[in-house]
Design a protein around this ligand. Structure first.
Ligand code: NAP
Length: 280
């Protein structure tokens, strides 16, 4: 069982810096058991944070999470998301209640607005506040928010307690390091790095392979270790295959040196200026 590195949320609560993603789970009922088993293995190996969303598998991913977490809910930190189309005050409350039913739990630990839509932030926040008062969500956050969106959200009273911003961030997508990440870090707002291995597309990169070879590790472990060494960063790789769950966890045992980091910087240069936030 691995010991998880921790990230501190703005209210002082500690959460794991390593979690399991669930996008594309639940898209075929045939894989339900296999996907639940992968999540369950992750939990047995010590991963206690799971990221899901009402969107994933049209709600079935949340049912898979329920299956995987049966009997161990209290030890886990569950993140889910409301779709922007549902994010009016009442729509947010109703979407959350449906997620709670599918997740077979009475609370979501962190509930995110999946991306910015047409409902005013004040509406979504009114829904989040109500859900928090009723104990149905413990923290609220956002996703796919660039710096300007964060500023706008945090200008509203209820938005000041935003706990996390979940964004596309990995070695091949370093743009957010220029402004939205520092902005969040200054305010202790955690960053959840999604698609941390670029959905597998980055794994054949020569530089990743070279660093991995120095330690007898794998490119995925190097890509995850690079994220895990950053303050306030939560990584949420998704793996339906048990061997991927095990392999990715190996990133926790890898400490990259200054030379490794310099080599990675050469291959994947840090941003020199502002770029708009990518989204998958
Ligand atoms: N907020 C948002 O808008 C947003 C957007 C995207 C993602 N997310 C969240 O972030 C999570 C992670 O992102 P992601 O799923 O897009 O991408 P990812 O975690 O970068 O990559 C997942 C893909 O890589 C494969 N994989 C995992 N470990 C591997 C390994 N060691 N070697 C080779 N292939 C490996 C997986 O295969 P198998 O499944 O077959 O094992 C899967 O196809 C999502 O699942 C979701 O929870 C959020």
């Amino acid at each position: 069982m691995k010991t998880m590195p921790q990230v501190t949320l703005p209210d002082g609560e500690s959460v794991s810096a390593y979690g399991q993603g669930t996008w594309h789970m639940g898209e075929s009922r045939n894989h339900f058991a296999e996907e639940a088993a992968a999540l369950k293995l992750g939990i047995e190996l010590g991963i206690n944070l799971i990221d899901t969303a009402e969107m994933y598998g049209n709600g079935v991913a949340e049912e898979i999470v329920a299956e995987a977490t049966k009997g161990r809910r209290d030890a886990l930190f569950i993140v889910s998301k409301v779709l922007p189309y549902n994010a009016s005050r009442q729509g947010t409350i109703e979407a959350c209640e449906k997620s709670l039913n599918r997740l077979k739990t009475d609370r979501i630990d962190l509930y995110l607005l999946h991306w910015r839509g047409s409902h005013p932030f004040a509406e979504t926040l009114a829904g989040f506040e109500r859900l928090q008062r009723d104990g149905k969500i413990r923290h609220h956050g956002v996703s796919n928010f660039d710096r300007g969106d964060m500023e706008e959200w945090a200008r509203l009273d209820a938005g000041k307690s935003v706990a996390s911003n979940q964004i596309l961030y990995n070695l091949t997508r370093r743009g957010p390091a220029f402004d939205v990440i520092p902005w969040c870090r200054e305010r202790n707002i955690s960053i959840m790095a999604y698609s941390p291995i670029e959905q597998g597309r980055m794994l054949g990169h020569k530089a990743l392979g070279e660093v991995a070879a120095r330690y007898g590790t794998t490119p995925a472990q190097v890509a995850l270790a690079w994220l895990l060494r950053q303050d306030g960063m939560i990584v949420i790789p998704k793996a339906s295959l048990k061997e991927h769950v095990r392999e990715n966890l190996g990133a926790l045992d890898l400490t990259l040196t200054a030379d490794d980091l310099a080599d990675l910087d050469r291959a994947f240069p840090p941003p020199k200026g502002r770029t708009s936030l990518g989204m998958l």
